[in-house]
Write a protein that binds this ligand. Structure first.
Ligand SMILES: NC(=O)c1ccc[n+]([C@@H]2O[C@H](COP(=O)([O-])OP(=O)(O)OC[C@H]3O[C@@H](n4cnc5c(N)ncnc54)[C@H](OP(=O)(O)O)[C@@H]3O)[C@@H](O)[C@H]2O)c1
Length: 273
């Protein structure tokens, strides 16, 4: 989802973009990564690849580690050799969710899922392998072609299907298109560090997000049933609160991304076309 949005954004800006899906480049394959980056000599690498099936990761820690921890490390080592900046995407799931309010870079990560632990390991390995590593923690992404609940609510609503939405888990929604623009900007800035990138606003619950999406799309809000996170009994634990705020962005002169409700309206309008 994010990779596609990024390719579109960068091509629109006139960049020469080399895009790879998993069949073209497995980031867990150290040799393939080294050869590809060494051959292409890019100015910047933006890693949007990950094994994002949070429940799948819980049952297969070795595969999660290969894609989400070793993958970023291999890319970082190859970037160091090629003199490229690496931007690698991480997740709000590095936090345990017990904090009230927003997580910033001053909060210690404490992931509770296999996915979250592997992603944190990926952050650290990438930073150790290449000084020019920019880690972008984000969360609750929605966008065209996304498989997640947030990306699909409008489609489900338009079909008139009833759906359950969690009322007691909170995050900061992030539109893939806005994230893509910020990823490119961060690659350009080339200022290493850990950034938290989300749309602006106070954050929301899945339930409130779904109601807002239904409102924007003109769907029947009575189809949405509020449920508790515990009632879903999924294999992997998720943080109850993973709202993110960035201490660095403003300091380096980056404006906040648009409010998530405005971003959601753009997403809904794009989905209607
Ligand atoms: N979606 C969210 O809400 C969310 C929240 C926080 C952070 N993130 C992070 O944001 C980034 C982008 O996520 P997304 O939502 O765009 O995920 P996505 O739609 O699942 O895309 C991830 C892509 O990575 C590919 N991939 C998996 N393992 C790979 C490997 N070993 N080598 C190369 N490619 C591989 C997948 O290919 P296959 O489909 O063929 O497996 C898929 O095309 C990820 O780092 C994710 O952890 C996402």
């Amino acid at each position: 989802m994010v990779g596609r949005a990024l390719v579109k954004h960068c091509e629109g800006r006139g960049d020469e973009v080399l895009a790879f899906d998993r069949a073209a480049l497995d980031i867990a394959d150290e040799t393939a990564v080294s050869e590809t980056v060494g051959r292409e000599r890019p100015e910047a690498v933006v890693n949007c690849a990950a094994w994002t099936d949070v429940d799948g990761c819980e049952g297969d820690p070795a595969r999660a580690h290969a894609a989400n921890a070793l993958g970023p490390e291999h890319l970082a080592a190859a970037c160091r050799r090629a003199g490229a900046v690496l931007v690698t995407i991480s997740t709000d799931y590095v936090f345990d969710g017990r904090k009230d309010g927003f997580y910033t870079q001053r909060d210690d990560p404490n992931p509770e899922s296999v996915y979250g632990r592997a992603k944190l390991e990926g952050e650290r390995r990438a930073q150790a392998a290449c000084a020019r590593t920019v880690v972008v923690r984000t969360g609750w992404i929605f966008g065209e072609g996304g498989k997640s609940f947030l990306s699909r609510v409008v489609e489900l609503g338009r079909r008139g299907e009833p759906l359950k939405a969690i009322r007691d888990a909170w995050g900061t929604p992030t539109y893939a298109d806005d994230l893509a623009a910020r990823l490119r900007r961060l690659a350009e800035l080339d200022l290493p560090g850990v950034y938290h990138v989300t749309n602006a606003g106070e954050g929301t619950s899945y339930y409130e997000f779904t109601r807002a999406a239904f409102g924007a799309a003109g769907c029947d809000a009575s189809l949405v049933e509020a449920v508790s996170m515990g009632s879903l009994s999924r294999p992997a634990p998720r943080p109850r609160n993973s709202r993110l705020r960035c201490l660095l962005s403003e300091a380096v002169g980056l404006p906040p991304l648009p409010d998530w409700r405005e971003a959601l309206a753009r997403f809904v309008a794009a989905a209607a076309r």
